[in-house]
Design a protein around this ligand. Structure first.
Ligand SMILES: [Zn+2]
Ligand SMILES: [Zn+2]
Length: 355
């Protein structure tokens, strides 16, 4: 059986469970680990049975609980390489420092360690001058080594490599030894990472994924068509407009989840500062109710059993406005059998859709 359960959708967090055959994956992990697990249990899905998490793009509302969740479960994350890098940059603010600032921080940390009685050593001053001559990478390596505390025996957020099943996690030892680093030591550490590319289909167990590029202000954002057991599910949120490649992908589906982010008038008259309004309205922002309706009335083939409106803004939209716009666009094609219209919610999971 194929199940599709939207756990959360909107600017405060996005996550959907898709299960097909013996495989269960999460698309995006924008809620905290605790909240993700709570909602999965509400939706009758067991978090322990997840096989992987797939990420559409690095914005916080799509990755917020990612690191903690995969460390807990010891499962791989599927990213594009650019998204993975952008996510790491987001979590590693020190990389935004100048080299001089970074060196200064390393010195300060070294000085603090030297101040501790057991670390005090006569050659400390010599170490410090060597440090100054080191290149950026070397300095960073030294800083990491020097700063590395002993491995955390049982942090809530770490996984036990010994208890992990075969094939899953690759617990890259790196400078941390055999145990994975804690979140504090290295917030970017993940049990395993797999890269995919837009335009190149791939599979995770019994679920096939076809990623496609979407226009959005992130490093390398994608939407997906997921298929399993002959059921095709289209998934596209966070896009400024619907370009031809996306229109092509979102056809012959059994389920379509599509963004219907804002009502144009509410956004224009709403509380956001001008610059944010511009961002949302731009070609790399979010789809308005009108843009989604336009797709549904002109380019969409009307074949899906379910149409789910997603990523609704809580400030610049009302569920009824999104619904009415989509209903009009479907021109009476919405029924119990075809184009059944659902609205994904921010604060509670939708009931599982089963095929
Ligand atoms: Zn988003
Ligand atoms: Zn986004």
């Amino acid at each position: 059986m194929v199940r599709f359960t939207v756990l959360a959708s909107g600017s405060k967090g996005n996550s959907t469970v898709v299960s097909g055959g013996r495989t269960r994956i999460l698309v995006d992990a924008g809620l905290s680990c605790r909240e993700l697990f709570r909602r999965m249990k509400l939706a009758d899905e067991d978090p322990e049975t997840l096989d992987a998490i797939v990420i559409t793009h690095e914005h916080q509302d799509h990755v917020n609980g990612l690191a903690v969740t995969v460390r807990r479960l010891g499962i791989p994350v599927y990213f594009t390489e650019a998204t993975h890098r952008a996510w790491m940059r987001w979590l590693t603010p020190r990389r935004q420092m100048t080299y001089k600032q970074w060196l200064e921080l390393c010195r300060k940390q070294a000085a603090e360690r030297q101040a501790e009685p057991e670390a005090a050593a006569p050659e400390a001053a010599a170490d410090d001058s060597e440090f100054e001559d080191a290149g950026p990478e070397e300095a960073e390596a030294q800083c990491m080594t020097q700063a590395a505390p002993s491995p955390d025996p049982a942090p809530e957020s770490s996984i036990d490599p010994a208890s992990a099943g075969p094939g899953s996690p690759r617990t890259g030892p790196g400078p941390w030894g055999d145990a994975p680093p804690s979140l504090k030591e290295d917030p970017t550490w993940l049990p395993a990472v797999e890269y995919f590319r837009a335009g190149e289909p791939f599979s995770i167990g019994d679920i096939a994924l076809s990623p496609f590029t979407i226009p959005h202000d992130a490093a390398d954002p994608v939407g997906f068509v997921l298929s399993s057991e002959g059921v095709r599910m289209g998934f596209a949120t966070d896009l400024g407009y619907i370009p031809p490649n996306v229109k092509e992908q979102l056809q012959a589906l059994d389920l379509l989840l599509l963004e219907s982010n804002h009502d144009l008038e509410m956004l224009r008259d709403g509380p956001y500062p001008w610059s944010v309004k511009q961002r949302v309205l731009s070609r790399v922002g979010h789809l308005s109710n009108d843009a989604t309706a336009e797709f549904l009335s002109t380019a969409y083939d009307g074949q899906a059993a379910y149409v789910i409106l997603a990523h609704l803004s809580e400030n610049n939209n009302l569920p009824e406005l999104a619904r009415v716009a989509a209903e009009r666009a479907l021109m009476g094609r919405a029924s119990l059998l075809a184009n059944r219209l659902l609205l994904a919610e921010q604060h509670q999971p939708l009931s599982a859709i089963r095929f």
